[in-house]
Design a protein. Structure first.
Length: 135
């Protein structure tokens, strides 16, 4: 289901993604989130990536926008559900990619509490885009 949401046409993948061989910067989160982030990218992603803290984006180390053009990031989305016993809050993650050349953000509109699965699908779709650019 989530696959249909992750495409250039749906605004989740930058049109220029995969054209040049740049290193994808991935922003870390909690210890558990970062563990899955590293595991998923190491096992699936076809190109180089680096997991960094959000603050590291401002450092001199990553100011080469040609080499580090795209950033894989997320933000938390909270949904409050009212029940007869009160309300419960569920948290999920929304992923997006920033093109540092123009500052534009490309959001995946699909969200789920099972963020690791969604992350894997996103990575697969990024790989498809990389392979499509090779032809």
């Amino acid at each position: 289901k989530s696959k249909q949401y992750i495409s250039v046409e749906r605004g989740a993948i930058p049109p220029d993604f995969g054209v040049e061989n740049s290193t994808l910067l991935c922003i870390s989160g909690t210890k558990q989130y970062t563990k899955y982030l590293i595991k998923n990218f190491e096992s699936l992603y076809l190109r180089d990536f680096k997991v960094i803290e959000k603050n590291d984006l401002q450092s001199d180390k990553y100011d080469d926008i040609e080499k580090y053009r795209f950033v894989f990031n997320f933000y938390e989305v909270f949904k409050v559900q009212n029940t007869s016993n009160g309300s419960t809050t569920r948290s999920s993650k929304k992923f997006f990619i920033t093109d540092r050349k123009d500052g534009k953000k490309y959001h995946c509109q699909f969200t789920t509490p099972y963020y690791s699965k969604l992350q894997k699908v996103y990575i697969e779709k990024l790989n498809e885009k990389i392979l499509a650019e090779k032809n």
